[in-house]
Design a protein around this ligand. Structure first.
Ligand code: URA
Ligand code: SF4
Length: 214
């Protein structure tokens, strides 16, 4: 609980400059991050091997003032082709899941742990996750969401820095830098496993309840 990891110090509201930082930073203040700068960095990124097989990076989409941030695993084939997150079948179900708790897709911000499609939709490798995650951390720092919904085991484990199974991670409130995080089954998994839809509904309601009491 209360893991203070995702706001890079330079972007944090609480960043304090100490004498030793000033020496280390050679007197230049850190430039402030911006969505434009971040997007321009991600688009041509070649920091990991996923760049070799992607069509294009998928930065994320939605409302950059959103209270809700939705985090998936990585682009699939449709996302890779369109450059947008969650636009395939799983995306249609995600749209329905959000509707079920009264949210329009356009009023949330949707991003993925990795911005490039893993070949044949394999899980992203730990090194790919670690290489790409700073972009997500910067997205979170810029968005400052009030609540985060993370979809599926791979994204949940990556975001929460754990290897606990999703059955243990769902059904409760986690926190990242004081922001509540709710783990929900991935819609692509729910398309194959209808029995767990009820648990996903329970978890979405938990997220909504938590948001309402913020
Ligand atoms: N699955 C994900 O995790 N993310 C997408 O953008 C699409 C499918
Ligand atoms: Fe860069 Fe992330 Fe794509 Fe790897 S997955 S090439 S780190 S944008």
């Amino acid at each position: 609980m209360g893991i203070d990891v995702w706001v890079p110090r330079a972007f944090s509201d609480h960043a304090q400059t100490t004498a030793s930082d000033v020496v280390a930073d050679s007197a230049q203040p850190e430039p402030l991050d911006s969505w434009e700068a971040l997007q321009a960095e991600v688009a041509p990124c070649t920091k990991c091997d996923l760049c070799k097989t992607r069509t294009q990076t998928v930065f994320g989409s939605g409302n950059k003032n959103a209270d809700w941030m939705i985090i998936g695993e990585g682009p699939g084939q449709n996302e890779d082709q369109q450059g947008l997150p969650f636009v395939g079948k799983a995306g249609l179900l995600l749209t329905e899941m959000l509707r079920a708790i009264g949210l329009d897709r356009e009023e949330v911000f949707i991003a993925n742990i990795v911005k490039c499609r893993p070949p044949a939709n394999r899980d992203p490798k730990p090194i790919e996750i670690e290489t790409c995650k700073p972009y997500l951390i910067r997205q979170m720092a810029l968005l400052k969401p009030k609540i985060i919904v993370v979809l599926g085991r791979v994204a949940a484990q990556a975001l929460l820095n754990t290897d606990e199974p999703i059955s243990k991670l769902r059904g409760k409130i986690h926190t990242l830098n004081d922001t509540p995080v709710v783990v929900v089954y991935h819609p692509a998994y729910l398309l194959r496993s209808l029995l767990d839809k009820r648990k996903a509904w329970t978890d979405l309601k938990l997220a909504l309840q938590t948001y309402k009491t913020l």
